[in-house]
Design a binder for this molecule. Structure first.
Ligand code: ADP
Length: 375
């Protein structure tokens, strides 16, 4: 099958040059060209703005006006297709002016011969295509950054406004629960207990939103103190075990280590890893938390046997707002913030966080934190 010809328009006031170009183009064996011709500046500009060609060749001499003005005018009117300026003799001042006006290349009349002509035209077209792709990519990147920034701002405002009413709700629910227990209405007390658990979930969500705002503003604060790591792990496992009846959280290994760091923030990371392990393993029971001590660090991992994460998505799970798509994941509620916050916390505490996973088999999230020697 013959490929479609490359459509060229020559804007040139000398018919002999049109004939020369046409005859040179027909001598090129490898590319098929279709050449049209316009004689004047005005007719050329009209055609340029209609964008019906793959490339335009514009002669420098165009009656009383010149090709550089024409190129400039076309570019100012939004024409982005490739344009080559043809000049009588190579003159560096004109060549540079042509490029500044928006020409993609220039050819002297002597260069209008077979191979060089063919290559100059095809390269100009290819370069333009590449430039367009790159521009599109850059535009998308900027748009997505802007969108994230707007999301952050919005979430910052919303979460701040939600904090106070939710705190009051929690207090009222707890007071009511106590009252119902005292008067012996266990059914009502139980319902209020459930309400309290839901309010806790909401509090964590609001906390996450506020944390993201703080991270983005460089305002996430840490209170570093010495604390018993094993004790923290036990405490969080117990707390998280209370939120699920379908899972059993097992613990392996003890570090017998005191860490210097922000106990609450490190606890928050473990809460997040465990709540993910619970969320993303709806049909399996076992979750394992294992802690080990190395020479200069402690390591913790949370292993589940749930839906897992596809290999090609693994590097993205710690990114802000990233969620794995597909039926196994998108039916689980979430905002794609927990792992982002966790990784920021671990990084700020000079540790490392990473994941290993196989789709359908389960995931293991790890973090390690340095043990600072007390002096
Ligand atoms: P989310 O609120 O969406 O759970 P996270 O930041 O905690 O946000 O996690 C990001 C994404 O990583 C999740 O949406 C999910 O697709 C995937 N993910 C996290 N933990 C697990 C896990 N234990 N098993 C499978 N996928 C997980």
């Amino acid at each position: 099958m013959d490929k479609k010809p490359i459509k060229l328009l020559l804007i040139e006031d000398d018919k002999d040059d049109y004939i020369l170009l046409r005859s040179q183009l027909t001598k090129i064996p490898t590319t098929r060209y279709k050449l049209d011709w316009e004689e004047t500046y005005e007719a050329g500009l009209t055609k340029l703005l209609q964008s019906n060609y793959d490339l335009y060749l514009v002669d420098y001499q165009l009656g009383v006006r010149n090709g550089i003005e024409l190129i400039k005018e076309a570019r100012l009117n939004g024409q982005t297709l490739p344009i080559i300026l043809l000049t009588g003799l190579s003159n560096s001042a004109i060549d540079i002016q042509a490029l500044q006006a928006g020409a993609d290349d220039y050819l002297t009349k002597g260069q209008i011969v077979g191979d060089l002509l063919d290559r100059t035209i095809r390269y100009a077209i290819e370069r333009k295509k590449f430039e367009k792709e790159r521009e599109k990519f850059m535009r998308e990147q900027i748009a997505s950054k802007l969108l994230d920034k707007r999301k952050d701002e919005f979430m910052g405002i919303v979460s701040h406004e939600l904090k106070t009413p939710v705190t009051s709700l929690k207090v009222f629910a707890q007071v009511l629960q106590k009252r119902f227990t005292t008067v012996g209405d266990d059914a009502a007390a139980q319902l209020l207990g459930k309400m309290d658990a839901q309010i806790n979930k909401l509090t964590i969500l609001i906390g996450d939103l506020l944390d993201v705002t703080k991270i983005e503003g460089g305002k996430l604060q840490f209170n570093n103190n010495l604390f018993d790591f094993d004790e923290l792990v036990d405490e969080i496992i117990e707390e998280m075990q209370r939120t699920t009846t379908n899972h059993v959280i097992l613990r392996n290994g003890y570090t017998k280590t005191s860490l210097s760091g922000d106990r609450d923030r490190i606890g928050q990371v473990l809460v997040n890893l465990l709540s993910n392990a619970i969320k993303y393993s709806p049909h399996t029971e076992k979750i394992i938390v294992e802690t080990t001590k190395n020479i200069n660090s402690i390591q913790l991992c949370v292993q589940d046997f749930g839906v897992g994460i596809p290999q090609r998505k693994l590097s993205q799970v710690f990114q802000r707002y990233f969620r794995v798509s597909g039926p196994t994941h998108s039916t689980v509620p979430g905002m794609g913030l927990g792992l982002y916050i966790s990784s920021e916390i671990i990084k700020r505490q000079k540790g490392k966080i990473w994941v290993e996973s196989e789709k359908g088999k389960g995931s293991t999230f790890y973090f390690s934190l340095p043990i600072t020697k007390s002096t």
